[in-house]
Write a protein that binds this ligand. Structure first.
Ligand SMILES: Cc1cc2nc3c(=O)[nH]c(=O)nc-3n(C[C@H](O)[C@H](O)[C@H](O)COP(=O)(O)OP(=O)(O)OC[C@H]3O[C@@H](n4cnc5c(N)ncnc54)[C@H](O)[C@@H]3O)c2cc1C
Length: 304
């Protein structure tokens, strides 16, 4: 079984998450090759084959040209699986590759089990195993689902890809940073986050008061943001901020993979949840099994 891993390159550097692709392929037991559209200096530290195409020529992103490069590498490699990160790059490019090859795509893979690829269903509360019936498939991996592989001691064996007739009506212009507003959670030492378990918007100040008592910032899970209880800059997770505080307190948060991906680099995690089997317990150093609205005010009162 062969897997072609599509590295990500952004602002002239390899995205470290590219090593999550390597970890996935190791778990799969696949023979691997990688493809990078970037500068040679950004080549990942792996020992296998690396198909390389220059970003100066093909742009940091160009859906037409990058698709053709990935297809060329997949053809040379006779890859069974073409694997992307489930990022904005993968969202856009992976389906183009799958459609060009007329093969299926399995998106947002969070694990490997029962001879198939695990994906979340019911808002990531459950997992199901998907087996590609076509044999070959395009895959995208949920951010943070596979702990990145370490860098190899050796260097890759590089094979250049040069497209003939590479004209494209599209041109990569550059990145524009999003307008900065709201809170920057990435610099916080303490984050106390509110999840759907807080029940309603009027209860959010209970969690904010604990954050204040600990000298920290208020974080939130996505449903809390989607419901308009807290503004988006407070959201932690794959579609929010990735944080690494010394202390993370999760209040009424179940521990879905998309949330964990944003906070699992925290040094110490305390979770308060009325369900003793909530998945957040798997990453928490301390799980307090309690009603958050009863426990948090008592804790806050002891701190102020
Ligand atoms: C593409 C995509 C991107 C996503 N991005 C993000 C993201 O960036 N961040 C994110 O957080 N999610 C994200 N999600 C959503 C994610 O899958 C989960 O749905 C979400 O994290 C669940 O939020 P929650 O834990 O607050 O709510 P729930 O899963 O509903 O959990 C609520 C928890 O509160 C507990 N509880 C209930 N009442 C109480 C109480 N009174 N006291 C104590 N505990 C109580 C329950 O036992 C439960 O464990 C994303 C989903 C998708 C599909």
């Amino acid at each position: 079984m062969k897997a072609l891993l599509v590295c990500e390159y952004r602002e002239r550097a390899l995205l470290p998450a590219s090593y999550e692709l390597v970890a996935f392929a190791d778990r799969l037991g696949a023979e691997t090759a990688m493809v990078l559209i970037g500068d040679p200096s950004a080549a990942p530290r792996v020992t296998g084959k690396l198909y390389l195409a220059g970003a100066a020529r093909y742009g940091e992103y160009n859906p037409d040209l990058h698709k053709r490069i990935v297809l060329e590498a997949a053809q040379r490699e006779r890859a069974d699986y073409i694997v992307f990160l489930h990022s904005s790059y993968g969202w856009d490019l992976a389906p183009r590759v799958a459609a060009a090859l007329r093969i299926g795509q399995i998106s947002e893979i969070v694990g490997i089990a029962d001879g198939g690829f695990e994906v979340g269903i019911c808002n990531a509360k459950l997992r199901r195993s998907v087996v590609p019936r076509t044999g070959r498939a395009v895959l995208t991996l949920q951010a943070g689902a596979f702990t990145p592989a370490g860098e190899a001691a050796g260097t890759p064996q590089i094979e250049q890809i040069d497209l003939a007739g590479e004209a494209s009506p599209l041109e990569f212009v550059g990145y524009e940073p999003a307008e900065e507003k709201g809170v920057d959670l990435t610099k916080a030492d303490v984050i106390v986050s509110a999840g759907r378990g807080v029940g309603k918007k009027e209860n959010v100040p209970v969690i904010a008061a604990l954050a204040k008592a600990l000298g920290g910032e208020l974080g939130a899970s996505r449903p809390v943001v989607d419901a308009g209880w807290v503004e988006h800059s407070h959201q932690v997770g794959t579609t929010g901020q990735s944080v690494s505080p010394k202390l993370y307190v999760a209040c009424g948060i179940s521990g879905a993979i998309q949330h964990l991906a944003g906070m699992k680099k925290s040094d110490f995690v305390i979770a308060i949840n009325k369900d003793k089997d909530a998945p957040i317990g798997e990453v928490a150093d301390v799980l307090v099994v309690a009603d958050v609205l009863q426990f948090v005010p008592v804790l806050t009162a002891k701190l102020v």
